[in-house]
Ligand binder design. Structure first.
Ligand code: PA5
Length: 435
């Protein structure tokens, strides 16, 4: 297997700047691996690719096969870390138009997401899709009390009980939550639903390789063994406390060096639409982990070449406070050649014989040259191809880099005190008792 590579030759960061900050990486490594840093009680994800609960894992696989057999539609209810990882993986590794292709081609049920907003139109429009279809639901919430998924679950539970009756609904509702705390756990015990446990020492945004991500991912037909294998190799490779040999630590440090030079916006770039939700997952991971104590790089994203026609001008020529991190997929999943056209009315014969992906790569190279000329530091993460193995490894890469980067920045990368503020206000306005 070729390795994921990291190229910072266009970052404008000099070797001596790395040397100067290197000791901080070492300190952060110690804080994380010796579990003596802030938020240490939420670092169970570090060894998860090796130490995962094998019984729970088998139960995930069995449940996924059952759901694939008896469902036309699978609905994932969750918000933030409780759905973004699964969605990122399902979209990156399946057909670009997964829900629209035939079940034969897809293999698994159609997949929809709800409980990640409070839009009445969204929920009601979604219910219109299911009339003649067999449905299974997976509600995912670590706290078991988050408003958005709780409301969606109340509505869908009622919908399921009307459609199937109480008994059959029990076979079609799967719950992923804390082992003992929260309203969702007590409801689950009362109703007798099949349930999965989110480990105490793993926070939402680091939970994709637990049942939070793995059940939905397996339902879509993705090989979770390969995903875990990639993550395990990531775990081994990115635990080396030597910045010259650890690209994950290089990325963590360089983004901090850039931040210290006033680059406080990082744009994660892809050239494949199937990575859109990967960026959403990444934004949540970095935003919630680092944005605190009046510090933090603003994590933004752009889908190229699409957004070169909307954000391209600003990136090229606007305020010089940003840098780009490009996820570059070397080998496309599919490709085709552009053929010669005898009339050449569109003037495209200069591309005859070239593949579409070749053109995409030239767009990447051309943009890199242009943006670097515009003084935008460009970091490139080169992924040999997009499959289960590399996805698992990439997930681990970014999680580990986020934790190290957060410690370099001097924040607790595992809490999210700011998220509570809007909830308190909303509850007060809604008249919730005891807020
Ligand atoms: O990463 C986090 O901790 C958060 O984004 C949570 O995942 C999100 O708020 C949902 O919380 P819960 O799983 O408790 O419903």
């Amino acid at each position: 297997m070729n390795k994921i590579a990291f190229n910072y030759s266009n970052s404008f960061v000099k070797k001596h700047e790395i040397k100067h900050m290197e000791s901080l990486v070492h300190t952060s490594h110690e804080l994380l691996h010796k579990k003596i840093g802030a938020g240490r009680e939420f670092t169970g994800w570090i060894n998860l690719p090796k130490n995962y609960n094998k019984e729970e894992y088998q139960k995930i696989k069995n449940s996924a096969s059952r759901i694939r057999e008896n469902s036309d539609v699978f609905i994932i209810i969750g918000i933030g870390g409780s759905y973004l990882g699964a969605r990122a993986c399902i979209e990156a590794l399946n057909h670009n138009f997964y829900n629209a292709v035939s079940k034969d081609k897809r293999g698994g049920p159609e997949i929809y997401y709800v409980g990640n907003n409070i839009s009445s139109s969204y929920i009601l429009d979604l219910l219109d899709l299911f009339e003649d279809k067999d449905i299974t639901i997976n509600i995912i919430s670590k706290s078991g009390t988050t408003t958005e998924p709780a409301i969606a679950f109340r509505l869908l539970k009622e919908y399921m009980e009307n459609k199937y009756g109480k008994e059959e609904s029990k076979e079609r509702i799967y719950v992923t939550t804390d082992r003992s705390k929260g309203a969702l756990r007590s409801l689950t015990e009362k109703e007798g639903y099949t349930s999965f446990i989110i480990p105490d020492d793993i926070g939402g945004r680091y939970s994709i390789l637990t049942s939070v991500g793995l059940l939905p991912i397996a339902v879509s037909g993705i090989d979770i063994d390969m995903l875990m294998k990639g993550a395990l190799e990531g775990m081994n490779e990115y635990s080396i406390d030597d910045i010259d040999r650890n690209i994950c630590y290089q990325y963590a440090l360089i983004r901090n060096i850039l931040y210290n030079k006033g680059k406080d916006i990082e744009i994660l770039i892809n050239y494949e639409p199937y990575l859109h939700y990967f960026s959403e997952w990444w934004k949540q991971l970095y935003g919630e982990s680092e944005g605190k104590d009046n510090k933090g790089i603003y994590p933004a994203s752009a889908n190229f070449t699409t957004d070169l026609h909307s954000l391209g001008q600003l990136i090229q020529d606007g305020k010089r406070n940003l840098f780009e991190t490009i996820i570059h997929i070397e080998k496309p999943k599919k490709d085709m050649r552009i053929r010669e056209d005898k009339d050449n009315l569109d003037g495209l014969n200069f591309l005859a014989g070239k593949t579409i992906d070749f053109v995409n790569k030239k767009a990447f190279e051309g943009t890199l040259i242009a943006h670097t000329k515009g003084q935008v530091p460009n970091l490139v993460i080169n992924v040999p191809e997009m499959n289960e193995y590399y996805f698992g490894k990439l997930i681990y890469f970014f999680q580990k880099a986020c934790a190290i980067s957060g410690y370099i920045l001097g924040v607790n990368p595992f809490n999210q005190p700011g998220v509570e503020e809007y909830k308190k206000n909303m509850f007060r306005l809604l008249g919730k008792p005891n807020v």
